[in-house]
Design a protein around this ligand. Structure first.
Ligand code: SF4
Ligand code: SF4
Length: 308
């Protein structure tokens, strides 16, 4: 079995899927990625500061021996966290993808080390537009909510990407594909609490999306209805309402509980380094250390919505 087939077969143990594309498409990828700015479909300032700043298309300059990109989709469930306030339990959601970064990337690193590195091939970390690569490779299709949908996973997955010097004998590079169902469906547009989804376009108004806004610092803009908030970080509304996800919705999994005193520390925005070691470790294990500074601001409206 060739290296790529071995990798695919190993991923199947985790119900994950992948596609391989040649690095010769990198320039086309960059052009396609910049198209929404060029066509003035998106807020240029937001795009450049939030997304464009992270992406680096100079893969060949950085890793001259790299030949291919491999994109992997791994199922990722939504999860629940339980907080205690005045002896009452409050359970709030986190959408897929936020809390399993370490687990999934760690697993893929281990598999690539066993299969690629042990057979004399190198793998390289890259930061490129994963959703667009998933769609161009045929692994996923865009939904009108601008999420990538993978067969058998819907939008409930985490994408992982790496470059390798394994030659690309399985190049899969298509036109951007969208879900057929989106032609006659408006469920996500109707359910979006901030009117961020356009009726007939596949580019959303990212500057209105809660998943963008509640990852930023500062107070929420006045125009957001407080009832719109629905997750500790991110937003689940357009994924939960999407018929494409119906067969993929698995019950939310309770992943962590916080006691009364721990909840108070989080709500008071106690500096992370002043939290007890055990609490720091559990927040870190949930991959929430980076977002910790936003948790108090994000959770308070959820509690208020629950009470009213
Ligand atoms: S809710 Fe409907 S329109 Fe929106 S992504 Fe899903 S199928 Fe497409
Ligand atoms: S994540 Fe929430 S706010 Fe953003 S587009 Fe989807 S429903 Fe709207």
């Amino acid at each position: 079995m060739d290296i790529y087939s071995q990798f695919q077969s190993k991923l199947m143990h985790y119900k994950a899927q992948c596609r391989m594309v040649s690095l010769k498409h990198i320039q086309e990828l960059e052009t396609e990625f910049n198209k929404p700015i060029k066509d003035s479909f998106v807020n240029k300032q937001l795009y450049e500061s939030y997304i464009h700043g992270y992406i680096n298309f100079s893969v060949k300059e950085k890793y001259p021996s790299a030949l291919s990109l491999i994109i992997v989709a791994t199922p990722s469930p939504q999860i629940d966290l339980k907080f205690q306030i005045e002896s009452k339990d409050f359970i709030f959601k986190i959408p897929p993808m936020y809390t399993d970064r370490v687990e999934v990337t760690g697993r893929i690193k281990k598999i690539t080390s066993d299969i690629f590195n042990n057979n004399g091939y190198n793998t390289f970390p890259v930061v490129l537009p994963k959703k667009l690569i998933a769609v161009k490779s045929g692994l996923a299709k865009y939904g009108k909510n601008n999420l990538a949908y993978v067969e058998g996973m819907g939008s409930y997955h985490r994408l992982t990407l790496f470059a390798t010097d394994l030659p690309c004998n399985n190049d899969s590079w298509l036109k951007v594909q969208t879900l057929d169902r989106c032609e006659k469906c408006f469920a996500c547009q109707k359910s979006c609490p901030t009117s961020a989804i356009n009726r007939n376009e596949f580019v959303i108004k990212a500057e209105r999306c809660l998943a963008y806004l509640n990852e930023q610092s500062g107070t929420f803009p006045d125009w957001i209805n407080p009832k719109a908030h629905n997750c500790i970080i991110g937003c689940i509304k357009c994924q939960d309402s999407c018929p494409e996800n119906k067969s993929n919705i698995s019950a939310s999994r309770l992943k962590e509980k916080f006691s009364e005193s721990e909840t108070q520390m989080i709500l008071k925005n106690t500096p992370f380094e002043n939290l007890p070691d055990n609490l720091q470790m559990r927040i870190d294990d949930l991959c929430l250390k980076y977002y910790y500074k936003h948790l108090s601001r994000n959770i308070i409206p959820l509690i208020e919505n629950y009470m009213n």
